[in-house]
Design a protein around this ligand. Structure first.
Ligand code: SAM
Length: 256
């Protein structure tokens, strides 16, 4: 019998509801637009804080300092920030695969890898987190930083993450979370909905893309709910660590 896709299936694109199958195209437009200014905007928007959040992720990945083989898959890896940091923290046996659906973001990543002399340790793959073109049980660690909220079918991407990790492999996700300090909340709201789109307009000539990024943060599940999704995907010893008053959380799970 022919399966007919449920026409009422929808996803959040910022604060808009869009057909599930349209979300990825809209997300791709955003990152195509921001690719060349992405790294500069990260520093400006977060006041440099993203560096500390990413450092915490790299510490949790904990690549071996020795020459022991260690394979990282960095999904939604964009311009390569996480993978480069892991390679620089690890020993000579550390290798990274950067996977992203957006060729423009990867192109910036390739240029950065060359400049840093890391091009021989890194492989770039243009693909969707929902359908990883990679064998089962092939990575020691899977990272996704500020990426999962852009993926239309998060549950599918999480199952794929579990599939490609070896038993004993570590899943780590850095994502915006729920601010849990009342005094910070009003300030954070003002900053998110006023300052960030204005920065986007001034620096990248594009307020709309940055409005989407802010709105998508607010739609992301609360950390407890995301932890439940990780368990549902098969991960064990699931935990999360809020950082900077809950602006960001580092989620962790293991394939046993
Ligand atoms: N991880 C990088 C960092 O922390 O700087 C980049 C994060 S950027 C906010 C989000 C990335 O997710 C973009 O590069 C975008 O192209 C990618 N992305 C969105 N949907 C995706 C999907 N379905 N599969 C893989 N990557 C996706």
């Amino acid at each position: 019998m022919e399966m007919i896709e449920n026409p009422t299936k929808e996803a959040n694109f910022g604060f808009r509801r869009v057909p599930l199958d349209h979300k990825q195209g809209l997300v791709d437009d955003v990152f195509r637009t921001v690719a060349r200014r992405y790294d500069l905007m990260n520093d400006l928007m977060s006041g440099g804080l993203h560096r500390a959040w990413k450092a915490a992720l790299v510490t949790a990945v904990n690549p071996p300092k020795s020459g022991r083989a260690f394979r990282l898959l960095d999904v939604a890896g964009g311009t390569g920030d996480i993978a480069f940091r892991v390679l620089e923290a690890g020993g000579s046996g550390t290798r990274a695969t950067i996977l992203d659906i957006n060729g423009e973001m990867l192109a910036v990543g390739r240029e950065r890898a060359l400049r840093r002399g890391l091009d021989t340790a890194v492989t770039f793959i243009e693909a969707n987190a929902e359908t990883l073109p990679l064998p089962d049980r092939s990575f020691d660690a899977y990272t996704i930083a500020f990426g999962i909220r852009n993926v239309p079918r998060m549950d599918v991407a999480l199952r794929e993450a579990h599939r490609v990790l070896r038993p004993g492999g570590h899943f780590l996700c850095l994502e915006f979370s729920s601010v849990d300090v009342p005094a910070l909340e009003a300030l954070y709201d003002f900053y998110s909905f006023n300052v960030i789109p204005a920065l986007g307009r001034a620096v990248a000539g594009d307020a709309e893309s940055y409005r989407y990024l802010v709105e998508s943060i607010r739609n992301f599940p609360r950390p407890q709910a995301f932890a439940a999704m990780l368990r549902e995907a098969g991960f064990a010893r699931v935990s999360f660590t809020p950082m900077t008053g809950g602006i960001v959380a580092l989620h962790s799970g293991w394939r046993l």
